[in-house]
Design a binder for this molecule. Sequence first.
Ligand code: ACO
Length: 181
Amino acid sequence: SHRASICYRPIEPSDRQILEQIHCDLFPIRYESEFFQNVVNGQDIVSWAAVDRNRPNGRSDELVGFVTARIVLAKESEIGDMLRYDPSKPDQTLVYILTLGVVDGYRNLGIASSLIQKVVKYASSIPTCRAVYLHVISYNDPAIRLYKKMSFQCVRRLQGFYLIGGQHYDSYLFVYYVNGG
Ligand code: ACO
């Protein structure tokens, strides 16, 4: 074993194959190849990668964690009603976290917490942005604990939100208000 030296950088086109592999390993849902193309090219998606500069075997620039998010219009989102409505600001936005993951062997080091902090900081820097939000499947206890620890509020349980292998699963909707919500 070695001492990890985690650093954060943008996701780049050269990350595409490993990004797809990790999504495939960590999530029960399949993502379209268009999604990965948009992530690595930064098309409509913002993202951050975590890498371990001390990782051996030439893997010092290989992703060990990532977060991907999209900017959406508040009025077109499902949480528009949970924001303080201001008619003078019809252009209010939200940041929606699409995927967050940390590979085995790099868990419980605070990497996901740091990635969420990057998203929150980014969202706070956008004057029109009112909140960061996300869905998480109801049985994902580590992720739910993490969002609660990061002061996200669980605002809804959505019945049968996910369809995986012919089975329906509920999701929780978590929100973190920024810029006065
Ligand atoms: N030393 C020891 N423990 C620490 C440290 C540290 N320096 N920093 C944080 N921790 C603890 C945290 O307190 C937390 O403890 P808890 O479990 O009691 O709450 C725990 O470690 C996890 O926090 P992080 O280390 O920040 O999270 P991690 O990097 O392990 O990633 C994640 C968490 C993303 C849920 C990971 O388990 C994972 O990738 N799971 C599979 C994919 C997944 O479920 N992703 C989320 C789906 S939802 C979505 O994508 C929108």
